[in-house]
Design a protein around this ligand. Structure first.
Ligand code: ASP
Length: 367
């Protein structure tokens, strides 16, 4: 870069040095970028399986082991993708598909029931590199709503599809279709019946194609008020420095009128940008929507320069608490900061970075 030669002494010097600084930092930036391209980042992944009143006293050993196994299996699936040099987007999808198939979690098979006795599934995925996003709500026939959200992102010109249109699109792009009874689990049905009775509302007939009611009540994995917000979510960082986030849920038990929560709302329950961070939330969706929880966390990182843990705590422990919004989040930055925060007694969670072992947690007193 040429200096402004006609300027006198010191002024010329300072303009020249400014130009040198600019040139140097530009080189440094491009070096970092090409290093990222070469895979200089250590991959990382964080998983949640829902937050709520999850306490040791109300959890059997068997249930606890199943939950830990479920989130560990999910994190291993994501790790396997990332370790082979796969993308954060693929890692998020692989982990969530497993959680959707696991009846312990409120997503896919194991989703909670709406008041009319149907399972209405919501999901979203976002790519931090391109900031493209896909979301679906009120899906009833597609086995993996997270894959459908990704198909919306990659194979349609839209961001969000709902209801029968979303399922029709899933069939159109050849995603596995299942009868609604596929999502039925006895313990979730019992949870619906208990909730409707508590609210004095009519109990719908058992859905078509499901086994007859058992003679004795099934063992509940949790106390009736326990695990209210069992959504699943994953955030991942790949070796190329790209983050992604995904969330999948059945929503809330006994929801009515085709209610949609925060999980499929980009910026509320799900968000990812390489400029800031990737976030997935779980909790009472109505509060997460009003506070645009996921985007607010990323905005604090991006515009206020907050460390990730401070940003998630600010939103979950202060802003959400101030409006009595129960729940939690997991988050991850492109430079590898991992964080979680929840204002409920527990949250099913796990995290892992390249070269380290998996850390899982359920209760508040775990790290
Ligand atoms: N956030 C979800 C919703 O409101 C529920 C959950 O996290 O379990 O739909």
């Amino acid at each position: 870069m040429k200096c402004l030669r006609r300027l006198a002494g010191p002024i010329m010097l300072s303009i020249c040095s400014f130009a040198v600084i600019l040139t140097t930092s530009k080189t440094a930036l491009s070096q970092t970028t090409s290093a990222n391209r070469a895979g200089a980042h250590k991959w990382a992944v964080v998983v949640h399986g829902g937050a709520g009143v999850i306490e040791r006293s109300s959890m059997t050993r068997e249930a606890e082991a199943k939950y830990r196994a479920g989130i560990t299996e999910a994190i291993n699936a994501a790790a396997a993708v990332l370790d082979k040099g796969g993308s954060s987007l693929d890692a998020v999808q692989a982990a969530i598909e497993l959680l959707e198939d696991n009846p312990m979690f409120n997503a896919g098979r194991g989703a909670v029931f709406a008041a009319d006795g149907t399972n209405q599934l919501d999901a979203a995925i976002m790519d931090g590199k391109t900031m493209q996003a896909g979301a679906v709500a009120d899906v009833r026939r597609t086995r993996h709503p997270i894959s459908l959200a990704r198909a919306v992102m990659e194979q349609s010109p839209h961001v969000m599809l709902v209801g029968t249109g979303a399922d029709d699109f899933a069939a159109h792009v050849h995603l596995e279709q299942v009868p609604p009874s596929f999502f039925f689990t006895e313990h979730r049905w019992q949870q619906l019946v208990d909730e409707l009775k508590k609210q004095g509302m009519p109990v719908p007939p058992r859905p078509e194609g499901v086994p007859p009611a058992p003679a004795t009540a099934v063992a509940m994995y949790e106390s009736p008020d326990a695990h209210k917000y069992g959504t699943v979510g994953v955030v991942a960082l790949d070796r190329n420095g790209n983050v992604a986030a995904g969330t999948s849920t059945g929503g809330t038990t006994a929801k009515r009128w085709n209610r949609v929560g925060d999980s499929p709302i980009i910026g509320a329950g799900t968000y990812a940008s390489n400029q800031s961070c990737a976030v997935s939330g779980t909790g009472v969706g109505e509060y997460f929507i009003r506070l645009t929880v996921a985007r607010t966390i990323c905005a604090l990182v991006q515009y206020k320069g907050m460390p990730l843990q401070a940003a998630v705590d600010e939103v979950v422990q202060k802003q959400l608490v101030a409006v009595h919004g129960d729940g939690g989040v997991i988050a991850l930055t492109p430079d590898g900061q991992m964080a979680w925060s929840f204002n409920t007694p527990g949250m099913f969670r796990a995290r892992r970075t390249e070269g380290a072992t998996t850390q899982t947690g359920i209760y508040r007193d775990e790290p």
